[in-house]
Design a protein around this ligand. Structure first.
Ligand SMILES: Cc1cc2nc3c(=O)[nH]c(=O)nc-3n(C[C@H](O)[C@H](O)[C@H](O)COP(=O)(O)OP(=O)(O)OC[C@H]3O[C@@H](n4cnc5c(N)ncnc54)[C@H](O)[C@@H]3O)c2cc1C
Ligand code: FES
Length: 367
């Protein structure tokens, strides 16, 4: 038994060393020269081989969604590699279901360009642009959440996005990063303002990009964002709209509320906004204002950690408690949820148990 275990460990060790040597060889010895990436059987890009497909496409002005900056942890960068992608890597398999594997779906941040490739990407990604932005204003919304307003410097015509979509914010290298990094952040402002965007960023402990935003970013700094990305946006219809948000998940939901206000959408709209304490209910005055300007809009805050000193007379508990209490069985609503994966999952479970069809529930999840 012990011998078998030692044998397995030795074999595993040899395999790991060989894989490492192979990567070193790829990085320093291999010269892939010019490779061709054929996109949707239409575009033929001549590129320098050797880099991940995600980065190679970005250099060519084609921006694939990414939440983790190419670390292989968000799975947003999926696309079809029809030819030349090499074998599926162990870093990709946990994120691909059998259907996706069968359909040649790959994580573009994991596939390296080592030869000619044939790939397929959704047409709308050709509309994604890179924007040069400068920090116009920074607000401490809560001790852990910063609101940052960026003026769009270029291109001159500004940005067009659907409320609910997100951007990728790129920061320069600094003490927590060896190279420039980028992460996804939802736009919280109105889509009518084409020359500025506001983001809401929670500080993650030791998080590379959020720490930069909280501890180093200052007014006047210039950065790059790409976008817009994502399919978290309002669907047409006449059903009621139930918005559910916690933490920085309020960002895309607030942008959708601006849309409901500006387009005078007359659908009964409710926002369940979950937080821990009254101090975590940021943008509260603006949300209350929507109650005055949007016919049929109701804001329902709910707090999970109040003390007597808070003198909180509103709802207590979690957003799932509000669903249980106020949403009737088989309610005719479209639901838009944004918050942590655990919160999103719990809401989906409670809603589907109440008979809300899964196809009427839309969500974006992030910590
Ligand atoms: C579609 C989408 C939209 C999003 N919108 C928003 C938004 O509007 N607002 C927002 O705040 N976020 C949003 N996010 C999340 C955001 O993209 C980042 O994931 C988040 O800001 C963390 O990035 P980071 O670089 O700060 O942390 P990372 O460096 O990526 O770290 C990720 C996690 O690992 C932990 N970690 C890092 N280093 C260590 C270490 N050495 N030891 C232990 N733990 C460590 C961090 O605490 C963090 O929790 C969104 C994500 C997606 C996918
Ligand atoms: S960019 Fe996040 S998994 Fe590829």
């Amino acid at each position: 038994m012990l011998q078998t275990l030692i044998g397995l460990l030795v074999l595993g060790g040899i395999a790991a060393v060989l894989a490492l040597l192979l990567e070193i060889a790829y990085a320093f010895i291999a010269d892939y020269g010019e490779c061709h990436v054929i996109i949707n059987e239409e575009k033929d890009l001549a590129v320098e081989g050797g880099s991940p497909l995600l980065a190679t496409l970005a250099e060519q002005g084609i921006f694939i969604p990414s939440g983790c900056g190419g670390k292989g942890t968000c799975s947003l960068c999926k696309l079809r590699v029809l030819e030349g992608g090499g074998p599926l890597l162990p870093t990709e398999t946990p994120y691909l279901n059998p259907e996706e594997r069968e359909g040649n779906v790959r994580l573009s941040c994991q596939v390296k360009v080592r030869n000619d490739l044939r790939i397929q990407i959704p047409e709308e990604l050709f509309l994604v642009k890179e924007f040069r932005v400068s920090v116009e204003d920074i607000r401490e919304l809560t001790p852990a959440i910063r609101g940052v307003r960026f003026a769009i410097l270029s291109p001159e015509e500004g940005i067009t996005f659907k409320p609910g979509q997100y951007l990728q914010l790129r920061i320069p290298k600094y003490k927590l990063s060896k190279e420039p990094e980028f992460r996804a952040y939802s736009i919280s402002s109105s889509a009518r303002d084409r020359h500025a965007v506001e983001l809401v960023i929670t500080k993650a402990p030791d998080g590379v990009v959020s720490t930069y935003v909280h501890d180093f970013l200052k007014k006047g700094d210039e950065l790059t964002v790409t976008g817009p990305f994502g399919d978290f946006f309002l669907r047409d219809g006449d059903r009621g709209i139930l918005l559910i948000a916690t933490g920085s998940g309020l960002a895309p939901v607030k942008s959708i509320l601006h849309q409901v206000e500006e387009e005078r959408i007359e659908r009964k709209t409710t926002l369940f906004f979950g937080a821990k304490t009254p101090n975590d209910l940021y943008y509260f005055d603006r949300l209350r204002e929507f109650e005055k300007t949007v016919t049929g809009f109701k804001l329902m805050p709910v707090l999970s950690r109040t003390t007597e000193a808070d003198e909180w007379e509103g709802e207590k508990g979690r957003v799932t408690d509000l669903i249980k209490k106020y949403i009737p069985d088989n309610a005719g609503v479209d639901v838009y949820i944004c918050g942590s994966p655990v919160m999103v999952q719990s809401c989906v479970e409670v809603l589907t148990a109440k008979g809300v069809p899964e196809e009427r529930i839309f969500f974006d999840e992030f910590e």
